[in-house]
Design a protein around this ligand. Structure first.
Ligand SMILES: *[C@@H]1O[C@H](CO)[C@@H](O)[C@H](O)[C@H]1NC(C)=O
Length: 383
């Protein structure tokens, strides 16, 4: 009996000391705490509704993110955690993987796995062109040694016909095409985005995340513990592909998306520019003049792979390779898979039983999150 009284006295005095140590009107050490009448104000999300949040309640929200908190030592008052043990204890913040984990070095994917995943992505492309949706007019084939001679060997356009009504009304195409005019192609000229344009990036990512292809890719990367939620994955894709870096004079003039899909001009030549949709639209607008091709892949239906020579408003592209007739989410998924699984290397994929290499490059001069790498480039490596 006596012992019990002493114990409860101790407990009461310990609690009282705790309260005294903590300010009555602060959320320090109290983020997420349930309603507590010992305090003048509250620190959980209900306080917003009840209007009784402590003045420093906003600091609690920033502690739900790993931004700037990667590898922080465990602190039981933190609402969630950002160090390597949080996966084990299942208490990581939502954005732990996208903020804190350095890009996977590739060791976690076997070559066999990449072949299998790419084959599945290929078979899930429900938005690709059918044989009748695109008519190509290839005209002159040249050898690899002739690609630099800048001779226009094609009188006609490469794209004789594209079924725009069907293809370009598909939601992922609509959202993709909306992005293409958001860039200034000249390196050394800063990229500036309006709120509307930033919304287009978000809309594109949201749209492709609805597709079977991107769901497949997410579930593969999730099973490798690279991302723990779709939101986490999407946020990382946004940084990886749309985050700006500088190709010239420390000006934020480029991104992986701009380079690969929209195309750039650097030192007087075309750089990147691997999207067939971009090519077709530029050719249709008479901004692009097709010269010849030096590679035509073995596929008999779409997507097909071509390497072409062309001129874009006076700037020459010596070898521009890309998928033809694929959906935007297909290109995005295959490139992302290779970028994550085999960064800065060749990555052997299998598409309809035929293998080919994708080359990705990581950007080396700046990073995001916890030293994560931006996409510098990605394209089909043609023989
Ligand atoms: C990627 O490859 C390029 C060319 O092979 C090389 O110059 C660069 O240093 C590599 N980057 C990294 C991060 O390994």
């Amino acid at each position: 009996m006596m012992r019990l009284v002493v114990l409860s006295l101790l407990l009461v005095s310990a609690t009282a000391r705790n309260i005294n140590r903590r300010s009555k009107d602060s959320c320090a050490s109290r983020c997420g705490e349930g309603l507590n009448h010992n305090y003048d104000c509250q620190c959980n999300h209900a306080c917003v509704r009840h209007g009784d949040c402590c003045q420093d309640y906003n600091a609690c929200n920033s502690r739900k993110s790993c931004k700037g908190r990667c590898n922080k030592a465990y602190d039981h008052t933190d609402p969630c955690h950002c160090n390597s043990k949080c996966d084990h204890y299942n208490n990581c913040c939502q954005d732990y993987h996208s903020q804190c984990q350095v890009s996977n070095p590739g060791g976690d994917f076997t070559n066999q796995e990449i072949l299998q995943i790419s084959e599945e992505i290929y078979s899930l492309d429900i938005n690709k062109a059918t044989e009748n949706d695109i008519h190509l007019n290839l005209q002159s084939h040249i050898s690899n040694s002739q690609t630099g001679d800048e001779i226009d060997r094609a009188q006609l356009r490469l794209y004789a016909y594209v079924n725009e009504d069907v293809l370009f009304s598909k939601p992922t195409f609509v959202k993709f095409i909306a992005l293409l005019d958001n860039y200034n192609r000249m390196t050394g000229t800063p990229e500036k985005f309006t709120t509307e344009q930033l919304g287009e990036e978000e809309a594109f990512l949201n749209e492709i995340m609805k597709t079977p292809i991107m769901n497949k890719l997410y579930s593969v990367l999730h099973s490798k513990n690279l991302y723990n939620s779709v939101t986490d994955f999407k946020e990382d894709l946004k940084s990886m592909w749309f985050g700006l870096y500088s190709r010239s004079n420390n000006i934020l003039d480029s991104s992986g998306f701009e380079h690969v899909f929209a195309g750039e001009v650097k030192r007087g030549i075309v750089s990147g520019f691997h999207s067939w949709v971009r090519f077709y639209l530029a050719e249709k607008n008479k901004e692009l003049n097709y010269y010849s091709y030096n590679y035509d892949g073995p596929w008999t239906n779409y997507p097909e792979v071509l390497a072409t020579q062309f001129e874009w408003n006076g700037y020459y592209k010596e070898v521009g390779s890309g998928f033809i007739g694929s959906s935007p989410e297909f290109d995005f998924a295959i490139y992302t898979l290779c970028f994550i699984a085999k960064p800065n290397k060749t990555c052997k994929v299998s598409l309809g039983g035929k293998t080919m290499n994708i080359q990705t490059y990581t950007w080396t001069k700046s990073t995001y999150g916890n030293r994560k790498k931006y996409v510098a480039s990605s394209f089909p490596l043609t023989p």
